[in-house]
Design a protein around this ligand. Structure first.
Ligand code: 13P
Length: 248
């Protein structure tokens, strides 16, 4: 059985003080259930959140990492460093990193391998832009991204990776994919994983939808058969909104 997993992605929002205030507020009304919950925060907030969420079961995620353990890479942070402060997850290959920081399928693959080797659980993002969607090329595009990301990764490791299907045209635009569009693409990602790893593995893997998920649409999306969770941007910044989503 797949355990639902809902993660908030704060992107470049919140100081440590604001992160702590969020955590205290969130904890007041959070009811632990069979749904896994995590917050992906800026690097400077991670230790604060690890401490604030201790004993709650709420996980802490980074939003990026480097593929080397250490070295002359000014401005970068390694998987081992994240692990050492109690971080559990790391988002890898978010479309904003691909778009603004030139991450490629090859660097995404290297980062996934390093995260797994260091004991971090990756949340891999895939998803097409509007131009690709309008040209009807979304499946081909997402298949290519998925196959490239998982290149050389064993079935056992693959099961540790959460995949977030995030159509770029639905991110921060308020334009959510319809539940049917989101379901179709999450099912397609699973089909792609089945081709690589077989159905036993693909049926176990957690696939999230991301893109304008909010309290009003979370339960409809979460009820789709191949959508096992959500990666939530804007609506994860307010404790009340994110609580409604995780208690969907
Ligand atoms: P929004 O929920 O703000 O559309 O962002 C989605 C996202 O990019 C999460 O990683």
């Amino acid at each position: 059985m797949r355990i639902p997993f809902i993660a908030g992605n704060w992107k470049m929002y919140k100081t440590p003080k604001e992160a702590k205030a969020f955590a205290e507020e969130f904890k007041k009304s959070y009811e632990a259930s069979s749904v896994k919950v995590a917050i992906a925060a800026p690097f400077v907030d991670l230790e604060t959140l690890v401490k604030a969420f201790k004993g709650t079961g709420i996980g802490v995620a980074a939003q990026n990492m480097h593929w080397e353990s250490e070295g002359a890479y000014t401005g970068e942070v390694s998987a081992e460093m994240l692990k050492s402060i109690g971080v559990t997850y790391c988002i890898i290959g978010h479309s904003e990193r691909r778009q603004y920081f030139k991450e490629t399928d090859a660097t995404v693959n290297k980062k996934l391998k390093k995260a797994l080797a260091a004991g971090l659980l990756p949340i891999l993002c895939v998803g097409e832009n509007l131009k690709t969607r309008e040209a009807g090329g979304e499946k081909e595009f997402v298949e290519k991204q998925t196959v490239a990301a998982f290149k050389g990764i064993s079935a056992e490791d693959a099961k540790k990776i959460t995949i977030a299907y995030e159509p770029i045209w639905a991110i921060g635009t308020g334009k959510t994919a319809t539940p049917k569009q989101a379901q179709d693409m999450c099912a397609f990602v699973r089909k792609t994983l089945k081709k690589i790893y077989g159905s036993e593995v693909s049926e176990e893997m957690i696939i999230q939808y991301g893109g304008s998920v909010k309290p009003a649409n979370a339960s409809e999306l979460m009820n789709m058969p191949d959508i096992d969770g959500a990666l939530v941007g804007g609506a994860s910044l307010k404790p009340g909104d994110f609580l409604e989503i995780v208690h969907f």
